[in-house]
Design a binder for this molecule. Structure first.
Ligand code: C5P
Length: 297
């Protein structure tokens, strides 16, 4: 008996960041969009909690209890007085430490897979609050589609999407640490007032009407200057995708993956080819959005 859950990556189409809070987090207006790059998380009964991972970047995935998938199994088991005796296998296709919520996807996937394996039937609202205990981006990995995240990004309001948006993602060599990028944001904004984060009305309109050029004009990521400061070479990746015809380009979340909004599948293929040929990234991936959140296969 095993249970497999498929979970999508995300791109932040708006990431408005407020000043640092006393708890070290930042208040956000974070517009998430789930995209068609997926990890698959399979759980089966085992003598003890163990973890394996396959995929091109598997060697960079921690296989100990720091992995969000392991923490999800432990959290759910503890809540129900169970022992988390499962083997978790992650088939990883989402870039590792790339700003696309790959670790969060595995946390949400393991939570839903264990809930199903153990026959717990935990209500959706409770699963979402367990996700929020695991990390700021984990609730969205469960929910999918599109949503506005407020607070530290974990309080979600689902958003309507009026069409399909096409993307190319340029995968960078190596990852960027999310706390390091937020730390750089604090350093770059020190001494200047940071306005309270607010969702952009033109961006939400473009999402609702499926208007890709308008969405492109409204894309915004307040972490981008921090990610570019830590990884200046990303500028040439962004410029390469724009020169190849992308409607807009931005760093995905805390990076270093860069995201290119394109008008259709043909444009996606040519922007991906230009990025691959340019040597400014390790790989270029084509995806569309929105897609559903975590689902049992
Ligand atoms: O919630 P999560 O564990 O994903 O957050 C990782 C780190 O990212 C936090 O420890 C914090 O440094 C930073 N962060 C933040 N504000 C947020 C979300 C994350 O400063 N809203």
């Amino acid at each position: 008996m095993s249970v497999t859950v498929r979970v999508p990556a995300k791109v932040n189409i708006q990431l408005a960041v407020g000043g640092a809070r006393p708890d070290g987090f930042h208040d956000l207006a974070n517009v998430f969009l789930a995209v068609s790059l997926y990890d698959e998380v399979t759980v089966r009964p085992a003598p003890a909690l163990t973890l394996t991972c396959e995929g091109p970047d598997a060697a960079r995935v921690p296989l100990d209890r720091t992995n969000l998938a392991a923490r999800a199994a432990e959290l759910l088991a503890a809540r129900h007085g169970l022992s988390p005796d499962v083997h978790i296998h992650i088939a990883k296709d989402i870039p590792v430490a790339g700003g696309m919520a790959g670790g969060s996807a595995d946390g949400a996937g393991a939570l839903l897979a264990c809930d199903t394996l153990w026959g717990l039937g935990t209500p959706r609202s409770e699963l979402l609050s367990l996700c929020a205990e695991l990390g700021s981006d984990v609730p969205f990995s469960l929910l999918g589609g599109a949503a506005l995240g407020t607070g530290r990004g974990d309080r979600l309001t689902p958003l309507g999407v009026g069409g399909t948006f096409h993307w190319v993602f340029a995968v960078a060599d190596g990852g960027l640490s999310t706390p390091a990028v937020y730390g750089e944001f604090d350093r770059l904004t020190a001494g200047t007032p940071v306005p309270a984060p607010e969702a952009s009305a033109p961006l939400l309109d473009a999402l609702r009407t499926g208007d890709a050029p308008a969405l492109g004009a409204a894309l915004a990521n307040d972490l981008q200057p921090a990610a570019l400061s830590l990884r200046p070479s990303l500028r040439s990746t962004l410029d390469t995708g724009l020169a190849a015809g992308a409607l807009a380009a931005l760093v995905s979340g805390s990076g270093p993956t860069t995201a290119f909004l394109v008008k259709d599948e043909d444009a996606a293929a040519s922007v991906a080819a230009a990025l691959s040929a340019s040597g400014t990234c390790r790989a270029a991936r084509v995806a569309s959005s929105p897609v559903p959140g975590a689902v049992v296969r």
